[in-house]
Design a binder for this molecule. Structure first.
Ligand code: KG4
Ligand code: ZN
Length: 345
């Protein structure tokens, strides 16, 4: 089954065609990130206008790539939230138009579930070989993105139990705000902060930043105090930025790894799935893999390309959680900017 998917939740405009939820047949992506860098954050109105400009070229480019594969499209999938309302509307209306024009059902998708399903896509595909990853349930999913940090128990496709999440800033947001405090980047500074941290030869701040909520008996997180601790050190003491970056990154990873592994042990899971932009963090990937495998739990995290926002995993999430909406019910598909990981679509 081939699903044509559209993702426009924030500042990326993306389309893809994915076969059986695991094989990427075609994909295209445009981003307005550079504009938001110059303004130091997303201006929703500008992001939405850029979505309008990009949506048709991106759809065309994806269809052009797909046209060489002589196969049909069976359904359309689209992100309905969470995200920016103006951006979401552009993708949703385009998806409805395609569903009507092609006479195919529409599948609404929760962007956060998409981040988890990036793990189901096969990688390094050789010509004509398909190896489906044998991801076993129950699994713990850690979603770490710019706007969300959630720990979820997945008993089966579509059968989720919420364990906890951030009570204030998301992990990615903490990376971005700290990168700004260190004057590394104005917008989406996670990668640059991590690169800076890697330059640190000796962490002379070891243990000076809090590991928020690490000793609390729950699966919640809090990252806003960490950012305040960074601010205080920068204002009052003179540590090189790579040392501050290193201690910050260690603090975030300590908490994320500790609580994820704690949940994995408590629920006796077979797999841990990590997804979202922060899943691209090298330390987080390495430490979770090491700790999971020491417990004989399979650890999955997407290739770097599939950690950031794109439409490929939207099609995968649509395939494994298929809630088809028929053509006479398209008006029921509406944007939901504040959708949570547990909300059904
Ligand atoms: O999932 P995503 O692309 O967008 C949202 O859905 O929010 O996540 C973007 C977030 C940003 O906060 C960005 O700084 C962070 O992911 N990020 C990283 C790394 N790469 C991206 N954070 C830490 N280390 C990285 N290597
Ligand atoms: Zn995302």
């Amino acid at each position: 089954m081939n699903i044509f998917s559209i993702e426009t939740s924030c500042d990326e405009t993306a389309c893809a065609v994915v076969k059986d939820g695991i094989i990427e047949l075609a994909s295209s992506l445009a981003t307005s990130k550079e504009i938001h860098e110059s303004t130091g954050g997303v201006v929703p109105e500008i992001a939405a206008r850029k979505q309008v400009e990009a949506i048709l070229p991106v759809i065309n480019s994806c269809l052009e790539k797909f046209s060489s594969i002589k196969e049909d499209i069976d359904a359309i999938a689209v992100t309905i939230g969470p995200g920016l309302i103006g951006s979401l509307i552009v993708g949703i209306e385009a998806a409805k138009a395609l569903a009507l024009a092609w006479n195919k059902p529409l599948i609404p998708v929760n962007h956060l579930i998409g981040h988890i399903y990036a793990n189901f896509l096969e990688e390094d595909r050789k010509e004509n070989t398909t190896t489906q990853k044998n991801i076993l349930f129950p699994a713990i999913a850690l979603v770490v993105s710019g706007g969300h940090t959630d720990l979820v128990l997945i008993k089966n496709h579509g059968d989720l139990e919420y364990l906890g999440g951030t009570i204030d800033d998301a992990a990615g947001e903490a990376f971005d705000k700290t990168a700004r405090l260190l004057k590394l980047s104005n917008y989406l500074g996670g990668v640059l902060l991590s690169k800076k941290a890697a330059e640190c030869k000796e962490n002379t701040l070891q243990g000076r930043f809090p590991r928020p909520m690490i000793n609390q008996d729950n699966y919640d997180f809090s990252f806003s105090g960490l950012k305040t601790a960074v601010k205080r050190i920068i204002e009052n003491e003179h540590y090189p930025s790579e040392v501050v970056a290193c201690e910050f990154e260690n603090a975030v990873c300590d908490v994320l790894v500790f609580k994820t592994i704690k949940a994995a042990k408590e629920f006796n899971v077979k797999s841990i799935l990590m997804g979202g932009g922060v899943a691209a963090n090298k330390q987080l990937r390495q430490r979770l893999k090491q700790e999971a495998e020491a417990l004989d739990i399979s650890f999955y995290t997407p290739s770097l390309k599939l950690c950031g926002d794109n439409a490929v995993y939207i099609a995968s999430a649509a395939y494994f959680n298929m809630h088809k909406v028929s053509l006479n019910n398209l008006e029921s598909v509406q944007p939901n900017p504040s959708l949570s990981v547990m909300d059904k679509v």
